[in-house]
Design a protein around this ligand. Structure first.
Ligand code: DOR
Ligand code: ZN
Length: 430
């Protein structure tokens, strides 16, 4: 079916135009386009039209964690959040460390059909950190895996990381590192600093991230490999990335919405909803994350959407699992932290939520310019909306949002995947 978006501003710029979508692509951009018979019309009223968002870091939990999220419920949350492609992390049960599992995740994502689900393959067998998984087999599988990560854990052994990066060069894929030296973090519960000291929580020192990123940049340089740094959380890491990029290392980096907004000051409530890995850090760190994203030292925003069942969060701090929901709040947190203070305009939002992540992962059909002939993967955003986050109303099975009750700006009004409307006015379109 044709879709006609009436009166939207691509990238929030210029006068409103009509955008006609036909046969999965943008067929016409003009003013005064008439809706033909059977055309679905979306009244955009001057809203901002962006390329559909691409999330390089999502935990969909299937297989094995279906009490927290499924590929279906996670896809619903993604569509409602403006996403047209998500990368599903492999720390499932069983682990996605072989072609059978990655193909299962890929096929299930396609069957649900709300968002392109790209499985991330594990770097090591069972996330065990000891033996390389069969990266080549996963890359050559029907899932066409482009990104590998042991996320949740760091590929800590330098020799193993070196080999993984060498394979990545040969296969033309990306290694995404959860940068955390386990010898430095131990059983850490919070950012190592004044708050953790006062609360008596074991600290996760920022240097445990910085040292791994430094090491990995050197290894990636030698291997000529593409390295992606997951969820950068510390100001010091930004300086390492800046230097490596200036030296020509093929390194990219993401920051989560929560590391742009939230700090360890929230920990005084002892509410485990704020427990996440890497931990919430200081106001100086969130300020550095925002500036680095504006300066392009950090390339993109990725949600690290990490649903957990109630029993994994409604418990004492030390026993709680780390992680927070992110898919349906990412755009609003980005609007609040970056657009409102003038650090990014909507074109910048398109860059960090869509274009750069699509480039990093090598997705040819996402993050494309809003032009005639381009794939109709789009997100329509009301920039002036205000809404109050309620975990119980989010599409995820889990409810662990750290933004509960918070009033946030900007809202995704519609999402289109290859010309099909997947979400409209807060409702998933099946
Ligand atoms: O907070 C986190 N949760 N950080 C990770 O690295 C993993 C994730 C999860 O799987 O829950
Ligand atoms: Zn991680």
């Amino acid at each position: 079916m044709d879709v006609l978006i009436k009166g939207a501003k691509p990238y929030g710029e210029g006068d409103p135009v009509d955008v006609l979508v036909r046969n999965e692509v943008i067929a016409e951009i003009a003013t005064g386009i008439e809706a033909g018979e059977g055309t679905e019309v979306i009244e955009a009223g001057g809203f901002v039209l962006l390329p559909g968002f691409v999330d390089l870091h999502t935990h969909l939990r299937e297989p094995g964690g279906e009490d927290a999220e499924t590929i279906e419920t996670g896809s619903m949350a993604a569509a409602l959040g403006g996403f047209t492609a998500v990368f599903a992390m492999p720390n499932t049960d069983p682990v996605a460390d072989n072609a059978v599992i990655v193909e299962h995740v890929y096929r299930r994502g396609a069957e649900v059909g709300l968002v392109d689900v790209h499985p991330v393959g594990a770097v090591t067998v069972g996330l065990g950190g000891e033996k390389l998984a069969e990266l080549g087999t996963m890359a050559a599988s029907a899932a066409g895996v482009r990104m590998f990560s042991d996320d949740g854990r760091c590929v800590h052994d330098p020799l193993l990381m070196r080999r993984a990066l060498e394979y990545a060069t040969a296969l033309d894929v990306v290694i995404a590192q959860h940068a955390e030296d386990p010898r430095l973090t131990g059983d850490a519960q919070a950012h190592e600093g004044v708050v953790a000291a006062r609360l008596g929580l074991a600290g996760w020192p920022a240097v445990a991230e910085e040292t791994i990123v430094s090491r990995d940049c050197a290894l990636a340089r030698d291997a000529g490999a593409a390295l992606h740094v997951c969820h950068v959380s510390s100001a010091r890491t930004v300086e390492v990335l800046r230097t490596a990029k200036a030296a020509g290392v093929r390194v990219s980096a993401e920051v989560t919405p929560h590391h742009l907004l939230l700090t360890d000051a929230l920990l005084t409530s002892y509410d485990p909803v704020n427990k996440v890995n890497p931990p919430l850090r200081t106001g100086a760190d969130t300020a550095a994350m925002r500036q680095a994203l504006a300066d392009r030292v950090i390339d993109c925003v990725a949600t690290d959407h990490a649903p957990h069942p109630a029993q994994a969060k409604d418990c004492e701090w030390a026993a709680a699992k780390p992680g927070m929901l992110g898919l349906q709040t990412a755009l609003s947190v980005l609007a609040h932290t970056m657009v409102e203070p003038g650090l990014l305009d909507w074109r910048g939002v398109a860059r960090v939520l869509s274009e750069r992540p699509a480039e990093i992962a090598g997705l040819p059909d996402h993050g494309r310019p809003i032009e005639v002939g381009e794939p109709a993967n789009l997100a329509l955003v009301d920039p002036d909306a205000q809404w109050t986050v309620r975990g119980s109303r989010l599409a995820s099975l889990a409810g662990n949002t750290p933004y509960e009750g918070m009033r946030l700006p900007a809202r995704v009004v519609a999402t289109l995947l290859r010309g099909r409307v997947t979400a409209l006015d807060g409702e998933v379109q099946k």
